[in-house]
Design a binder for this molecule. Structure first.
Ligand SMILES: Cc1ncc(COP(=O)(O)O)c(C=O)c1O
Length: 386
């Protein structure tokens, strides 16, 4: 018998390669550029949260947490949601702690999407949506947001619903567009769900606390949407701890039951030490509620100074990303422009075409302004010379 061959596998995601986030960060490192590409903050976290992690370690909170998450943390989250949205959630049956929103989204899709089911999503879209659907035999139906205001064309959504449509995935506040929903978006989605009662909603609300004007229009506030929605959140965005990868899913109990069946076999449970620290952090003090004013200052600094550049700012109503139209500077494809800007001008960004299934190139790049003011000021000086 010969052992000189290796098994042959057929990729389940043959079209997926190294993501642009890895490419741009590597390019930024190689050329010593300021990295405004990937969405992570470069400032310190709250000392009190750090101390609570140390305390959780000292208290030996280091063994497996319960499968759905620590009850003390789920209770704190139910209390937070009650204050925020006036909804009474059952922490036992409606909240599940996840290994970041990415795993929360994956498990929600795994729980309900079956072979041949269609899932509507809106481009530009966060990169994990489409592959997570395809891995479960689902068929992603990509609809483009309007340009340049990046809103959902609800009439088009209505036209694209078929008997196979199982789920609609929405994201508010929106990455990369920086747009937020109005009450009219909620109403439009409600109308669709009344017309097509088998629709399940997956609402990605990881930037819920980073909205600059008006109140966050969570689907949880709607009596029509809440009973049919998975809603996903991430502590990474709110507490500047993206590397912890801890988040949670809110869903009615019949959806949570199915979600947890997936969750228990793809992660079982999530970092107990961190959950213990988060539970205590949420129960004592509310510094973290100040995250929107904190980012608003950064947004105003960045967008204000960029008025002196040849870039044209698009909407930035939420998140710590802002989109800029560079068509007055170059007609290069956005990927080429972003790479050249990193190499020649030493500022890395993300070309927005990568968030589209059809690679729509509107000559727009995304900058992340979750950075120290000093970093932003240096980047602005470079960008204003282009
Ligand atoms: C829109 C959106 N959804 C989900 C995630 C994933 O969050 P997490 O890091 O908690 O997995 C991100 C992270 O960038 C995001 O921007």
């Amino acid at each position: 018998m010969s052992f000189d061959t290796i098994p042959h596998i057929t990729s389940k995601l043959p079209d997926v390669g190294t993501t642009i986030f890895t490419v741009m960060s590597a390019l930024a490192n190689e050329h010593d550029a300021i990295n405004l590409s990937q969405g992570f903050p470069n400032f310190n976290i709250d000392e009190r949260l750090k101390d609570l992690v140390k305390k959780a370690l000292d208290d030996e909170q280091v063994q497996y947490a319960p499968m759905p998450g620590r009850l003390d943390l789920r209770e704190q989250l139910a209390a937070k949601m009650f204050v925020q949205h006036g909804v009474a959630l059952n922490p036992d049956t409606e909240i599940t702690i996840a290994a970041g929103a990415t795993q929360a989204i994956y498990s929600a899709i795994a729980a309900v999407v079956k072979a041949g089911d269609e899932v509507i999503m809106f481009d530009p879209a966060y990169d994990c949506y489409d592959p997570s659907v395809r891995l479960h035999g689902g068929v992603p139906v990509h609809l483009n947001l309007t340009f340049p205001d990046y809103r959902i064309n609800w009439e088009e959504v209505n036209e694209r619903i078929t008997p196979k449509t199982r789920m609609i995935m929405v994201n508010n506040p929106h990455n990369p567009a920086g747009t937020v929903w109005t009450i009219d978006d909620i109403k439009a989605l409600e109308e669709l769900c009344i017309k097509y009662p088998e629709l399940i909603v997956l609402s990605d609300e990881v930037y819920e606390h980073i909205q600059y004007e008006g109140e966050h229009q969570s689907v949880l506030k709607s009596e029509i949407l809440r009973p049919r929605s998975f809603v996903t959140y991430s502590f990474g965005k709110t507490f500047h701890v993206t590397g912890w990868k801890v988040g949670y899913t809110v869903a009615p109990s019949f959806l949570t039951t199915e979600l947890r069946k997936m969750h228990q076999f793809n992660v079982f449970c999530v970092n107990n030490t961190i959950q213990a620290a988060l539970a205590e952090y949420l129960s004592t003090g509310s510094e973290w509620m100040q995250v929107a004013p904190f980012y608003k200052e950064k947004r105003d600094l960045f967008l204000g100074a960029m008025k002196n550049s040849r870039f044209k700012a698009l909407n930035c109503e939420g998140t710590y990303f802002s989109l800029f139209d560079y068509s007055a500077i170059s007609d290069e494809a956005d990927v080429d422009f972003a790479k050249r800007m990193t190499i020649e001008y030493k500022v890395a960004s993300i070309p927005v075409s990568v968030f589209y299934k059809d690679n729509t190139d509107n000559k727009v790049v995304r900058f992340c302004f979750a950075k120290e003011d000093e970093t932003l000021t240096k980047a602005i000086m470079k960008l204003c010379k282009i």
